[in-house]
Ligand binder design. Structure first.
Ligand code: NDP
Length: 450
């Protein structure tokens, strides 16, 4: 596999110190081997070389004034990775860990994920190393306005349509949209994840979590299994985790864990969703406060985590839903999950399992839904929001949810059937990567050398 090695070596020179980006590229190239070997056209058209280099990378200063009158400076990013299938589409992440490597890995994955949805959207991602934790509403607003003062000139409803991600929800989208409108004078569908009061779509908030559970359901159905009665581990306590838990309950499963960056919560009788929403969506406080409402639950602070992984994955359960962040599930975690009898893993987060952990799942031949397929419900519903905005229509909750289910079923089948076509029926990583790649690569060839 010298081309993988050569590509990574080249990237290390042209894009130094981007470990997460190399990880994402390596994972995808590894599974593309069978299609690259049999199709000379991809080599002839330098598809890999073109795909790993973003069409455009925008990096900019974001100065803002905090509540004490001090000037703060953050770094903003928008990576417009690939527009072969449509306008760049992908979220904005506000988190102190954000850097070019993180945004590029997310943007690269987004290309294939968006292709898999079957919808006309290209791949992009952005964000800033801004930490929203502990900031006042005024500080969040001033930061968002400053961020858009630069970004507004690069985005638009037919060229680049950002959405939310970690640290960016309806409040932040509102402030960014307001500033975009003020600067451009345009009231158009330039963001998704908007408030329902002014152009948002029903189900967008729930879509990534719901979609990730639908994906698990389709994987299980093929094994003559169902979600009903299954015990589930969920990590994270943000947007994706909350709506994963909500849908799991609706389909008769029992989610017993969730986590934030301070620790893990374990509640044997099931996580209380109303309390979780109150703590995380309304009051935005630490998960530990859950114990004040439910003293029978257990809280494991990060300081007590195993040195080789995450506390969430050490509880026995049949299903696992990593919904927090990248590389949160290690090889050791994967081995523990398998030893404890897990039968399916469906990823709500982006690249939450390390490459070694993925190998453990694939070798154990359990159902494994990689993030780029299993969490694509969010971006798919964003595209449904764009369609509603463009046609000036509003669809009902049931209508959007039904479309989401159909899209998730199609993504699952596409990944499954492609995996079978290439002789590895259980390998949805290979299936998802090849299916997504083929669509984007063929579109790039048809559009010429651009
Ligand atoms: P949120 O900001 O709503 O929640 C993120 C959750 O993960 C929080 O509980 C947060 O804890 C925890 N978390 C974040 N970073 C870390 C870290 N470094 N270590 C430990 N815990 C961490 O984000 P989302 O729920 O929207 O996103 C979660 C994942 O899903 C991300 O990987 C995102 O890229 C992916 N995703 C999201 C989509 C969406 O529609 N929102 C679409 C597709 C994928 P704390 O609050 O303490 O930081």
């Amino acid at each position: 596999m010298t081309y993988i090695h050569d590509t990574i070596v080249k990237l290390q020179k042209t894009s130094p110190a981007q470990a997460e980006f190399y990880q994402a590229v390596e994972e995808i190239l590894d599974s593309l081997q069978p299609i690259l070997e049999t199709n000379e056209k991809y080599k002839k058209h330098a598809i890999i070389e073109r795909m790993v280099e973003p069409e455009r990378q925008i990096m900019f200063r974001v100065p803002w004034v905090d509540d004490q009158g001090n000037v703060q400076v953050n770094k903003g990013y928008r990576i417009e990775f690939n527009s072969a299938l449509g306008p760049y589409k992908g979220g904005l992440r506000f988190h102190p860990s954000v850097n070019a490597s993180i945004i590029k890995f997310l943007g690269f994955e987004q290309i294939f994920k968006n292709a898999l949805t079957g919808l006309p959207i290209g791949g992009g991602k952005g964000g800033a190393n801004f930490d929203p934790k502990g900031k006042s509403d005024g500080e969040i607003m001033r930061f968002c306005q400053s961020f858009i003062n630069e970004l507004y000139r690069h985005i638009g409803p037919t060229c680049d349509v950002p959405a939310g991600d970690i640290g960016v929800g309806a409040r932040e989208i509102g402030y960014m949209f307001g500033q975009y409108k003020r600067l451009t004078g345009n009231y158009d569908g330039v963001f998704t994840g908007k408030s329902l009061l002014w152009g948002g779509s029903l189900v967008r908030k729930e879509a990534t979590g719901y979609g990730c559970v639908y994906f698990a359901q389709y994987m299980l159905e093929d094994q003559n299994q169902s979600l009903a009665g299954k015990t589930c581990l969920v990590s994270g306590a943000g947007n994706v985790a909350i709506y994963t838990i909500e849908k799991l309950y609706e389909l008769g499963a029992l989610p017993i864990t969730c986590s934030d960056s301070s620790g893990t919560l374990y509640h044997e009788t099931g996580i209380n969703l109303a309390t979780l929403k109150e703590l995380k969506e309304v009051r935005k406080v630490r998960l530990e406060e859950y114990l004040l409402h439910h003293p029978d639950a257990r809280y494991i602070p990060v300081s007590d985590y195993p040195t080789d992984g995450h506390a969430v994955w050490r509880f026995p359960a049949e299903l696992a839903f990593p919904c927090a962040t990248q590389n949160e599930l290690t090889e050791q975690d994967a081995q523990t999950l398998v030893a404890n009898g897990v039968i399916a893993v469906s990823e709500g987060a982006n690249m939450p399992s390390t490459q070694d952990a993925v190998e453990v799942f694939l070798n154990a031949k359990i159902c494994y839904g990689p993030g780029k397929a299993a969490n694509a419900g969010g971006v798919a519903t964003s595209q449904l929001e764009m369609a509603q905005n463009a046609s000036m229509q509003t669809w009902s909750f049931a209508e959007v949810d039904e479309k989401l289910k159909v899209i998730m079923k199609n993504i699952y089948r596409n990944a499954r059937d492609t995996a079978a076509e290439f002789g590895e029926p259980h390998n949805l990583v290979l299936g998802a990567n090849i299916a997504g790649f083929r669509k984007v690569a063929d579109a790039m060839i048809e559009q010429g050398v651009v």
